[in-house]
Design a protein around this ligand. Structure first.
Ligand code: HEC
Ligand code: HEC
Length: 347
């Protein structure tokens, strides 16, 4: 009985706290912050490459088809694995010879909302422009573009699929790129506990995660870069990661010291499932990532002014981790479900 009364009072206090916006130690700015994480209504497609179901289906087939590698051994999905949150779980991507590339495979979740340059260092202008690089690179899929187009043209089912997706039957580089990009724009995060909380379900996430959210947006200021629904400003910063071997790397052809070691802010969607972390896979776990931010990374002229030692308490670290854990959908990792495809605007 005593327990029941206690629970009832706690429940009541919780309710009062929410109504007043100040109870339970919640940051008074929390309600405003929550507003900035509301999900968008639909997937954005560029005017030059509008959505069509036929194009997306063709893109899906191409993405998973090893026909696009010289020896038939790899596809885009070899490294962007749906079950691994569209990454590959490795510190650095594997070359065809099973060596390590310089960079870790980034997730493709929510690429449709990346309106700036693509790649860790921004070397690609658009999503469409990415595909040719892995496809033709001798250490990766190793298939010259002319050979890729010839192979697809010789396959009657591909010829029919391209004809259905585009007005004319010719299989060109532009169309190959357009179809792959259209499919990738359907790779959208699933609904998470965090999203249910943003939508108003107070019970969707626990108190430690809510405190972690306050810290993320408040004192730790993570949200100055990991901003909005997709947790990225689509920009490039040096957070103090990257070793001497990386010198000169960072923003593609850096024009100033400030752009050295500047890598793209990754989305934090499904982040708990996506280790190891950073462009070079140098942080093995989320705990290691928090340690890094707590130290403030490597102090050097290019480091962002938003990065400084945080001196987090053990409880604050735990709160941040609890918050990050709410960004995973937990269910199927194939996020391009029919429901997302259905939200795409009609052609
Ligand atoms: C060997 C593994 C591997 C394969 C195969 C591969 N990728 Fe990637 N992908 C990577 C790596 C590593 C990067 C980072 C490259 C960079 O930043 O320069 C990347 C980056 C990308 C990006 C940029 C994402 C972002 O957030 O900026 C896109 C889009 C992409 N790949 C799509 C594709 C497509 C389409 C294919 C098939 C044609 C493909 N990838 C094949 C490893 C791979
Ligand atoms: C100055 C901008 C900035 C701030 C502030 C910032 N981040 Fe980041 N974050 C980045 C960038 C850029 C990267 C990628 C760096 C790299 O790969 O070298 C990153 C990477 C990460 C990653 C790894 C994601 C992945 O897929 O590899 C996590 C997790 C993360 N940040 C969490 C946080 C948390 C938690 C905070 C607050 C304590 C924070 N970030 C503050 C810009 C920022």
């Amino acid at each position: 009985m005593a327990w029941k009364v206690g629970a009832a009072i706690a429940g009541l206090l919780g309710l009062v706290g929410v109504a007043a916006g100040t109870g339970g130690g919640a940051d008074p700015r929390r309600a405003g912050w929550r507003e900035s994480y509301r999900p968008p209504a639909e997937i954005p497609f560029p005017g030059e490459n509008p959505y069509s179901a036929a194009k997306a289906e063709l893109g899906r087939r191409l993405f998973f088809d090893p026909i696009l590698s010289g020896d038939g051994s790899r596809a885009c999905a070899t490294c962007h694995v749906p079950d691994l949150a569209w990454g590959d779980g490795r510190a650095r991507a594997a070359t065809r010879m099973q060596g390590d590339m310089d960079l870790r495979t980034p997730t493709l979740i929510n690429v449709a909302w990346q309106d700036g340059p693509m790649g860790w260092d921004g070397k690609f202008k658009t999503l469409e422009a990415v595909a040719a690089m892995p496809l033709t690179s001798p250490t990766n899929m190793n298939l010259p573009m002319a050979d890729a187009l010839a192979r697809l043209s010789a396959d009657s089912s591909y010829a029919a699929a391209f004809a259905a997706a585009f007005d004319e039957p010719a299989i060109t580089r532009d169309r190959l790129e357009a179809a792959l990009a259209t499919f990738q724009r359907l790779i959208v995060t699933g609904t998470t506990a965090f999203d249910r909380w943003i939508a108003g379900d107070e019970a969707a996430i626990a108190e430690p995660a809510k405190r972690g959210f306050d810290l993320f947006n408040g004192r730790a200021d993570c949200a100055s870069c990991h901003s909005g629904w997709s947790f990225t400003d689509n920009s490039f910063h040096d957070i103090g990661v990257g070793t001497g071997g990386d010198i000169g790397r960072g923003r593609f052809k850096p024009t100033s010291v400030a752009l050295r070691y500047a890598f793209k802010t990754p989305t934090l969607r499904e982040v708990a499932q996506r280790g190891p972390y950073m462009h070079d896979g140098s942080a093995a776990t989320l705990e290691a990532v928090i340690d890094l931010y707590d130290r403030g990374g490597i102090d050097r002229p290019s480091r962002s002014r938003a990065i400084k030692p945080l001196h987090l308490s053990a409880a604050e670290r735990a709160d941040l981790l609890a918050f990050l854990a709410t960004l995973s959908s937990g269910g199927s990792r194939d996020l391009t479900t029919a429901s997302f495809a259905a939200t795409a605007p009609a052609p």
